[in-house]
Design a protein around this ligand. Sequence first.
Ligand SMILES: Nc1ncnc2c1ncn2[C@@H]1O[C@H](COP(=O)(O)OP(=O)(O)OP(=O)(O)O)[C@@H](O)[C@H]1O
Length: 602
Amino acid sequence: MEFATFAQRVAAIEAEPADLEIVALVTELFEETLESAPLEDGNPCSDAGHGTATPDDFDTPDNLEIVARFVQGRVFPAWQSRTLDIGPSTCYEAIARAAGTNVRTDDVEARLADIGEIGEVAASYDFGGQQGLGAFGGGSSSANTTDGTDLTVREVYETLSELAAAEGAGSQDRKVDLLFGLVNRCSSEEARYLARLVLSEMRIGVGEGTVRDAIAEAFDVPGGEVERALQVSNDYGQVARVARDDGLEGLTQLDLAVGRPVQAMLAQAGTVTDALEEWEQAAVEWKYDGARIQLHYQPGTNPDAGATEVFSRNMEDVTDALPEVVEFAEETLEEAVILDGEVVAIDDDGTPLPFQEVLKRFRRKHDVEKAREDVTVRPVFFDCLHADGDDLLEEPLTIRHDRLEAVLCDGDERSRSPENVDGLSLLWQSDDPEKIESIDAEALEGGHEGIMLKNPESTYSPGRRGKHWRKRKPDVETLDCVVTGAEWGEGRRATFLGTFELSVRAGEAGDELETVGKVATGITDEKLEELTELLEPHITAEEGQEVDLEPEVVFEVGYEEIQTSPTYSSGYALRFPRFVGVRSDKATADADSLERLERLRD
Ligand SMILES: Nc1ncnc2c1ncn2[C@@H]1O[C@H](COP(=O)(O)OP(=O)(O)OP(=O)(O)O)[C@@H](O)[C@H]1O
């Protein structure tokens, strides 16, 4: 499929306001991939991610798989840790180079400050005159060869894969060269969507539900089964291809794979009364104050050679940052498992430390051993999604928990009481509010955050913030907001960013951002320096003291009240917002939504 055709279809989708029509247009787009040229042989690119995923995951993607991801603004499957790792400046530089010898990166940035959206900026240049300069980029990629043929979605995918693989010295130059090679072959319209794709800003209103419905429609398979297949595979491309090639039967055979992370099940805020009203009994667990982890363990042929991978709740690979978790897995586990849990920082006595301590370790890439000396972590597991070939998502919580307990203690230890099983989160079942209150008090006393109330009968729903898991914390609710702008301080604080603009997710697909306020209180000078260091690389435009920021960093903020307000684009404002911390374990997609803000207001 030509990239120009893709850009044209996507433009029509973007212009369409009605949800049902959008599904119809995405369905047509998927059907159209069938008519486009079949796979070229000998394609050098591999879809391999890492670890122990099944061979299915290593297939070379075809047009449908690529398009099913591109249309959602993704290049690679959600479960892969692979990223393009392109900052906005790389993209601006490639656009400037392709736009002509007299266009500089500054010009692109100036247009962005003016227009406010990178797609529109890219589309405002004419790249046609540069066709003969393809070799300029010096890359070997097909995108850099200018044989006069039109750019295809496959070439875009291959070049972006090559770009993602660039590492080490000179890799940034290589990325610019490769991207330049692509932009150079684009029409203005193609450049619009290419720029948005590489900066993860597709935002055409196509959410996960739209793609699910379009796959069901295009290949005549039940939506429910598509949904299940998406949950276990976490790959829209693969599910679309299987639905097309093997229909319903193929979809039902898609299973979890050790090494391929699954989206985490999430919780709502809740009370004991609500839980007991809805369920006969509640499963009660401590709410550990750490960071969510998903552990994948595959035993090796020799007992010491098991493969362990640890993922964050964003499915990022955090294995290297958490050697204690790897050691725990190697010492404790014997069968292939996928476990869901929390990694908690502890002091020398094993008492839990506050959440901010875990973050010092969580995504660390350098000096892990040194950091380990300063902060010790330990894993606690509360769910088992897969054990020894059995997928357990459809099993009730109590069965999954029993399996978890069995996995965490070997044969001899089975008789031990659960309290003594290392790494096991305890679970009590009760219909007695007083008993639950006493578990809560015990949790708080033990340094935990509160309790979780879970429906004992509930299945595991990846990616869902449903009613079956409720969290009960003594604090008032906080909001996790995306930082979309900031202001340089004054006087003593002139070199620090000081006031931070906060936004929540909005729109049908949750991929738009609307502002809700600015936070400036609750931040020490030391913290401001740290935040400036964190945010400065994400500045996209500056005017006077104000800066625009790429939406990459999530702040947890407290507030006294949510008011309606014409000042911010969401229509609401946080009253007395207060900085609580950086949620470095969260991506923009995990930030709170306008819908939640409205719910909290009620
Ligand atoms: N026993 C437990 N069962 C499930 N989740 C737990 C448990 N103990 C701690 N947690 C943590 O609590 C989180 C559930 O709350 P929620 O889904 O709202 O996540 P969140 O947005 O990170 O919320 P919060 O800021 O309250 O942690 C889980 O993601 C997990 O990290």
